[in-house]
Design a binder for this molecule. Sequence first.
Ligand code: ZN
Length: 169
Amino acid sequence: MKCYRCQKATMKPGRGMERYEEAAGLPYPVLLANVPVLRCASCGEEAVSIPDAEALHRAIARYIVASRRPLFAGEIRFLRKLLGWTAAELGREMGLDEKTISRWENRKKAMGTVADRLLRMIVRDRALDRGEPDLVGAVFPDILRERRPPEREPVRLRATRRGWRQTAA
Ligand SMILES: [Zn+2]
């Protein structure tokens, strides 16, 4: 394959690791494994293509919804964007005003435990695949009430033939 940078026919397809930058705002990195990459053996040029970004966003949302601690500000924004809603629209759905949503997202106000659960339920109902195991119901009793600093451990997702799968480190 011809390299679009150096024009030599040394561009070859492979697989690689990628740090996903499109989920900006999350307080931890999202690391992707087995991502299709075109690499030039002559000039080192790389072209990464993220397969099925929508499915990837749902996989990240599944990780967030199943987390056993209160939602972080960046996660609230990520979930709202996954829903495709403005702060006003999410507020209407939750029976709150737009300013409350913005204060959560800007870390000016802590989200209460009821709102935390409600947002997860909305995301499960509106954005995640039906037929998933009922991860929200299973996890709710375990969500810790204490606020902890954001976990810096990356989320690791692997591209497989059956879609994005969460993996261990
Ligand atoms: Zn090249």
